[in-house]
Design a protein around this ligand. Structure first.
Ligand code: ATP
Ligand code: MG
Length: 348
């Protein structure tokens, strides 16, 4: 659906900035694709290249088979109708009502009043603004303003919706409701959504795939579940740790003496990570029953990412050393990520 091939963007000027460096990615029809990165990473530049608001210095932007970089202004205007965009600060016209804001792009396209009405009333219904048609933006909450932004973007029947930090100006509750709305229209209208954000929470909430961008380069890319459970890059781990903590809370370590080596009188401290089905495995019972270990649970939690459960558990395997070794072997054999963090003084 969207294919970016070797996109580079250099801003010339007093300070020459290489904002994007050879970015290639593919976004499938119907996907919600997240791009996450810190401030200045190049997110806005990248998303603006998708509708050619920013012309790439080199590379190709192919949408539904059409290479936008080869089109003239008129052809580009035509193609842009199929690419809606919403913004962090909504960009509504303050002198126009809700209805007239949503009607605006269609008026520009020369559509008749009757056609416009027929087109936008159902959209205003989807975004739940049917009772607000005559309000002005100043009379709306942030969440309602973004709903107007979404309705305006949907008015041209786009195939793609680009969201530039669409929830960054909203409180967490409103953010949730806007993300739910995006998910809803993604499913109802089979709309492909590209969403940029600096919040992993947003990615986790609705995205199918995610790309992590830093310094104009894509660091890693994959399904949200894979990236969340097996991040490769330090930057990705930082983003994830903001929403999923898989480190031992410091309080839990306070009463323990942690060693790097398995010295006499210590027991292994293991971190388990399991996704999906594996969560149903009676792992702890297995360790207790099969190896006669005295298992202490230090920390545990289950998160749900895209309906997949992602569990974390930190255990101490107290007991006979040989049995504890067998226990570790058993954990390795199971389809779960297990990692020995260190060895702690046993509690008996
Ligand atoms: N019009 C411009 N002219 C010159 N440099 C620019 C321009 N727009 C962006 N840049 C530079 O390009 C780099 C990437 O900027 P961009 O706005 O894409 O980052 P971002 O990831 O969207 O950041 P934020 O999260 O703060 O919105 C930055 O170094 C920025 O200063
Ligand atoms: Mg930006």
């Amino acid at each position: 659906m969207i294919e970016l091939k070797h996109i580079s963007k250099i801003y010339e000027g007093a300070n020459r900035v290489e904002a994007l460096k050879d970015i290639s990615l593919t976004i499938e029809q119907g996907q919600i694709y997240g791009i996450i990165g810190q401030s200045g990473a190049g997110k806005s530049t990248l998303i603006r290249c998708i509708n050619m608001l920013e012309v790439p210095t080199s590379g190709n932007v192919i949408i539904d088979g059409t290479d936008l970089t080869t089109l003239n202004e008129k052809q580009l205007r035509e193609e842009r109708k199929y690419i809606g965009m919403i913004f962090q600060h909504f960009n509504l016209l303050s002198s126009r009502t809700v209805y007239d804001n949503v009607a605006f792009p269609l008026e520009l396209q020369g559509m008749s009043k009757a056609e416009i009405k027929e087109r936008i009333l159902p959209i205003l219904d989807i975004v739940k603004l049917s009772d607000r048609l005559d309000n002005y933006p100043s009379q709306l909450s942030g969440g309602q303003k973004q709903r107007v932004g979404i309705a305006r973007a949907l008015a041209s029947n786009p195939k793609v919706l680009l969201c530039d930090e669409a929830t960054s100006a909203l409180d967490p509750q409103t953010t949730k409701s806007i993300l739910e709305l995006l998910k809803d229209i993604n499913q109802k209208l089979n709309l492909t959504i590209v969403l940029i954000t600096h919040e992993m929470q947003v990615i986790r909430e609705i995205c199918d795939r995610v790309a992590v961008i830093e310094g104009g380069v894509i660091l890693e890319e994959g399904t949200v579940v894979d990236v969340f459970t097996n991040p490769q890059e330090a930057t990705t781990k930082d983003f994830i740790s903001a929403v999923v903590s898989d480190n031992l809370p410091p309080e839990a370590l306070e009463h323990l003496e942690l060693h790097d080596e398995w010295i006499e009188g210590t027991a292994p401290l293991v971190r388990l990570k399991f996704t999906g089905q594996a969560t149903d495995e009676p792992v702890v019972a297995g360790l207790v029953k099969r190896f006669d270990l005295d298992v202490s649970i230090l920390f545990g939690g289950v998160d749900y990412i895209q309906n997949t459960s992602v569990g974390r558990l930190i255990l101490i395997l107290n007991g006979d050393r040989t049995k504890a070794q067998e226990g570790l072997h058993y954990l390795n054999e199971l389809n779960i990520g297990s990692e020995v963090i260190g060895y702690v003084r046993a509690n008996h």
